[in-house]
Design a protein around this ligand. Structure first.
Ligand SMILES: Nc1ncnc2c1ncn2[C@@H]1O[C@H](COP(=O)(O)OP(=O)(O)OP(=O)(O)O)[C@@H](O)[C@H]1O
Ligand SMILES: [Mg+2]
Length: 325
């Protein structure tokens, strides 16, 4: 039985198909998964199944069980606010799953790239992630439901923080300490991949996808991860509005911090952002659009300075320079 036949049988077993043939139409994206759109008698759905070998330049394997983490995160987030994640309809063979397709919702990255930068929407992203963090902070049940530290280490800590540490002796002590701190903190449920390419723009605000890296860990990571993307895009597109969007996101997130001292979190997020910024120019998963050597230098120079002299994330964003002028 081919993999597709497996998926089709799973959809039939879950009662998600009619009598006729099931047509799997590939969706764009998909570095780490096969993602298809499927028409069903009750409307379109998305079927997603993790790949064992990620489609990135460097050899990069990841356990397929991460599909299960994503399902758990999506369900938990919908429990916090049903508007912020798609509904999971069924779990399928090979850690695949089916979810409801959200029609007419562009990917936020495409909106930003097209010059449609909406600071209110960015604030909604900050509110959405803070809501999940607040609802899951200090929760033994959530901690037990996400025993995914090894996965988070393999997909986030090693490639983003420790890969650069291996190559750069000056930064190594700071990055290694940061990696240890990140791995040790067990505060709230972290999505792990809050990137504009994993956020749909719906009329009701942001919808978060792609939670394969979910872990019970440091919520500062999610804020830092998304901020990194916005700051890289500010350099790439030389657009000040992306920095303003990042500021709006951070401010909205800050207003939602009710589980710990906000200043502590913002400083951790500032350190992580600096580390993630350098990882996106020198790490294992470089930002694909940041190819211009001048752009890379702007990011690298600022990131190095910020790693060696940490700044809270709100100040980091406010001072971020988009060009050499
Ligand atoms: N529920 C949904 N409704 C509408 N579109 C969706 C939905 N789920 C996924 N998509 C589309 O499919 C794309 C890929 O989905 P997703 O990010 O979950 O997969 P992925 O393989 O992990 O992608 P990548 O590795 O590129 O981030 C999304 O960017 C989006 O365009
Ligand atoms: Mg994705």
């Amino acid at each position: 039985m081919t993999a597709d036949a497996d998926i089709i049988a799973g959809l039939r077993d879950a009662g998600l198909s009619g009598e006729g043939d099931i047509v799997l139409e590939p969706l764009t994206g998909g570095v780490s998964c096969d993602v298809w759109k499927v028409e069903t008698p009750t409307g379109p759905i998305v079927v997603k199944r993790p790949l064992e070998q990620l489609r990135v330049a460097a050899d990069w394997h990841a356990p397929v069980e991460r599909g299960q983490s994503e399902v758990r995160w999506l369900r938990r987030a919908r429990g916090v606010d049903p508007a912020i994640a798609p509904e999971v309809l069924a779990e399928l063979p090979g850690y695949g799953f089916a979810m409801r397709f959200l029609p007419g919702c562009p990917v936020w990255k495409d909106e930003l790239t097209a010059g449609r930068v909406d600071a209110d929407f960015a604030a909604g992203v900050g509110r959405g992630i803070a809501a999940v963090h607040a609802a899951t902070a200090d929760s033994a049940a959530d901690r037990d439901a996400f025993p995914t530290d090894a996965m988070f280490r393999a997909l986030r800590v090693d490639p983003f923080l420790l890969h650069v540490a291996q190559k750069d002796t000056e930064l190594a002590p700071v990055l290694t300490a940061l990696a240890d701190d990140l791995s040790a903190r067990k505060i709230a449920l972290v999505h792990g991949d809050v990137s504009p390419k994993n956020i749909l723009v719906s009329t009701g605000g942001p919808v978060f996808l792609d939670a394969e890296c979910a872990v019970y860990g440091d919520p500062a990571f999610d804020l830092a991860f998304c901020t990194t993307h916005l700051l890289l895009k500010a350099v790439w597109l030389e657009d000040a509005r992306l920095g303003e969007a990042a500021s709006a996101m951070v401010a909205a997130y800050r207003a939602g911090i009710e589980w710990e001292d906000a200043d502590d979190l913002l400083l951790r997020a500032g350190k992580l952002t600096a580390a993630l910024l350098i990882a996106r120019v020198e790490g294992k998963s470089p930002a694909p659009y940041l190819t211009d050597p001048g752009h890379k230098r702007i990011v690298r120079d600022q990131a190095r300075a910020l790693i060696l002299a940490p700044t809270p994330i709100d100040a980091l964003v406010a001072n971020w320079k988009r060009n050499l002028a």
